[in-house]
Write a protein that binds this ligand. Structure first.
Ligand code: FMN
Length: 340
């Protein structure tokens, strides 16, 4: 996830139980592009013990191939193609989710990347742009071009991030493509992951925002899938997570108020599980300094430290009221885009 799955966040997540694989933030590919250094760090300095796939967003065949050649010099698990980003500034350039309107163009891109990638080539897609008209055709293209793994976010581009997820379409993908399918979208908790696997028959789940809120979710999924009791997380555990995240994301360039603002982007998700009225979120958003931020965390998380952190977000407590209508021209899927 852009602005999220960087090296620091991957390290924090892996402390609580890493996923089987990571996918980087997307590398933008165009005539002037070079793989972004900060994203390369999440590959070169990955010490999580788990493989990391490099995700690309773009449509120019020559430059996609060139970027694959550059990335192959780094320890990647494979190359992933983004066919899902819904930010208007992205899809208007006919990349990311914008490409879902043009199956013929996608066929060319898949052919090019399949030829350029000797190892694992994976795709992340939504179910369509306005609707799922081209979905079956797109799934058949995944088979024709021997895609190795397909992640399906069960929403259209126009549905952004908050509509119902079309798990029936994910089930259709799992039945139709030859490769494993990862079900994505609103995998809120380990029980929810198990239910979605049961109904879609997908090979696995991909988890985005809910790993920001609850970094224990991958470990809890493993417990759930193997029939063990699922670890209960307390508010004191969440306090420790916030401290760890704060230390991990601290850099000389990102100090003081900038750092507090960066933390707020993560805490917008964390706060969904702290209290049913959203009062942690209310207070947290009004802080400006490190000491104010931690005073709020202490008050909301350490007054009743053994109280359970909600397994799923409290109903109605959302990261931002307007997160379905992201800043129209924001450049990408960044937290600013999602949170408004
Ligand atoms: C802040 C943010 C950044 C994201 N960046 C990317 C990205 O770079 N590439 C991508 O394939 N999906 C990206 N996504 C979409 C997620 O991978 C995922 O498909 C979506 O959030 C739905 O899954 P979830 O309900 O588990 O969050 C991003 C989502 C968020 C919230």
């Amino acid at each position: 996830m852009q602005d999220v799955t960087d090296l620091a966040f991957m390290g924090v997540i892996s402390h609580y139980g890493a996923p089987d694989y990571f996918f980087t933030e997307f590398f933008r590919v165009h005539s002037q592009s070079r793989p972004e250094r900060h994203i390369l760090r999440s590959i070169d300095e990955n010490s999580t013990g788990r493989p990391v796939f490099a995700q690309l967003i773009g449509e120019d065949l020559h430059h996609l191939s060139r970027t694959v050649d550059e990335l192959r010099k780094h320890p990647i698990a494979g190359i992933d193609l983004n066919l899902g980003c819904p930010a208007p500034k992205v899809y208007k350039k006919n990349v990311g989710g914008g490409l879902l309107r043009e199956p013929a163009k996608i066929a060319e891109i898949l052919a090019t990347l399949r030829a350029a990638v000797p190892g694992l080539f994976t795709v992340k897609m939504r179910v369509g742009f306005d609707d799922a008209t081209h979905f079956d055709r797109l799934l058949d293209l995944m088979n024709e071009h021997s895609v190795d793994l397909l992640s399906v976010h069960g929403r259209t581009v126009k549905e952004m991030y908050r509509s119902e997820v079309h798990y029936d379409l994910i089930a259709r993908a799992a039945a139709r493509v030859c490769c494993p399918v990862l079900a994505n979208g609103n995998i809120l908790s380990a029980p929810r992951a198990a239910a979605v696997l049961g109904t879609t028959k997908a090979a696995g789940v991909m988890i985005g925002r809910h790993a920001i809120r609850n970094p224990w979710i991958f470990r809890q999924c493993r417990e759930q899938f193997s029939g063990q009791p699922v670890t209960v997380i307390t508010l004191a555990d969440v306090h420790e997570y916030i401290e760890r995240l704060y230390r991990a994301t601290q850099t000389p360039e990102f100090a003081g108020r900038y750092h507090v603002n960066k933390m707020k982007k993560y805490l917008n998700f964390v706060g969904q599980g702290v209290d049913p009225t959203g009062s942690f979120l209310h207070d947290m958003r009004r802080t400006e300094t490190e000491s104010e931020l931690f005073a709020v965390c202490d008050r909301h998380l350490l007054t009743e430290p053994t109280r359970a952190f909600a397994v799923e977000p409290y109903p109605g407590v959302i990261a931002r009221p307007n997160c379905e209508t992201p800043v129209a021209e924001a450049d990408g899927c960044s937290l600013e885009t999602i949170l408004g």
